[in-house]
Design a protein around this ligand. Structure first.
Ligand SMILES: [Zn+2]
Length: 285
């Protein structure tokens, strides 16, 4: 049995703030350590269930978060690859530390990027990264057997995938706060549930959609939508929405674009603040 694990950071125990997600941020190192420990428990569960090969894909940000030396010796690590390298030689996909889709009340919810994508739909079904990655695995007839993240994230997984094991790491209060569960308890649950899932892997169904796939991407800004259409196969269907009829989910993924919004409005805000401060100092505001 070969198992592919994608590791994200937002859904890991104790992570609630974007500061914790970037190398320059507050408590980032601690976040990566926690993710690695959760992964190690999953690897142990996989081995106990008979897995012969375990691939961990570092899927957060630039894919450069996990320290190879701290990861379980029986796992191989894919680092700095934005492409999911799953193929039909695998038997199961596990999504660790995931987050809910953009617009949901999940902790640190977003789809691909915090400031670009408002909604992503495949054949009319709104998905975030859980649905998207499950579809890529489904293309190769591989089921997602376990998802971990906040309670809203796990609910999103169940609604979309049907039968799937989940491990709730925290209860969402809002996008930037949560009631966090004990890290020890989470690790114990991950180990047990991965084992249980893989022992019954035939009970899980791959997530698939009918091909061709109509991909509709809605952006937060008109600027992102226009930019996405430049030098791509995407076609504008309204001010902030684009469409692409893809042969399959791999083709859709290859043609997905998430340009950042224009920097002009934030720059104007900064200039306005500077002028206002100056005017206040001079007593004319
Ligand atoms: Zn992430």
């Amino acid at each position: 049995m070969r198992v592919y694990i994608i590791a994200d950071l937002e859904g890991v125990s104790g992570i609630v703030d974007r500061e914790q997600l970037v190398p320059s941020g507050y408590r980032y190192e601690e976040a990566c350590k926690e993710l690695t420990e959760e992964l190690n428990c999953i690897v142990e569960g996989c081995l106990r269930a008979g897995a012969k090969e375990i691939i961990v894909h570092d899927g957060h940000n630039f894919g450069f978060n996990i320290n190879r030396n701290l990861l379980h010796s029986k796992a191989k690590l894919i680092t700095k690859s934005s492409k999911i390298l799953i193929n039909d030689s695998f038997d199961a996909l596990i999504l660790v530390g995931y987050h809910g889709k953009a617009g949901s009340s999940a902790v640190l919810s977003h789809t691909y990027s915090f400031n670009s994508i408002k909604n992503l739909k495949f054949n009319g079904i709104s998905v975030g990264e859980i649905g998207w990655h499950a579809l890529i695995a489904g293309h190769y007839n591989i089921p997602v057997v376990l998802v971990s993240g906040c309670d809203v994230t796990c609910k999103e997984a169940c609604n979309l995938l049907g039968k799937v094991e989940t491990v709730v790491t925290k209860e969402s209060i809002d996008k930037n706060s949560a009631i966090c569960y004990s890290s020890e308890e989470i690790k114990k649950n991950l180990k047990e549930r991965v084992y249980r899932a893989l022992k019954n892997v035939d009970n899980y169904k791959p997530f698939k959609l009918k091909y061709p796939i109509e991909m509709v991407i809605e952006y937060y800004t008109n600027y992102s939508a226009r930019k996405a259409c430049a030098n791509s196969k995407l076609k504008l269907i309204s001010n902030n929405k684009v469409i692409y009829l893809a042969k399959d989910i791999i083709d859709a993924t290859n043609n997905f674009r998430a340009p950042k919004p224009s920097l002009l409005p934030p720059i104007l805000k900064v200039i306005y603040k500077i002028i206002r401060k100056k005017a206040e100092d001079l007593g004319i505001y």
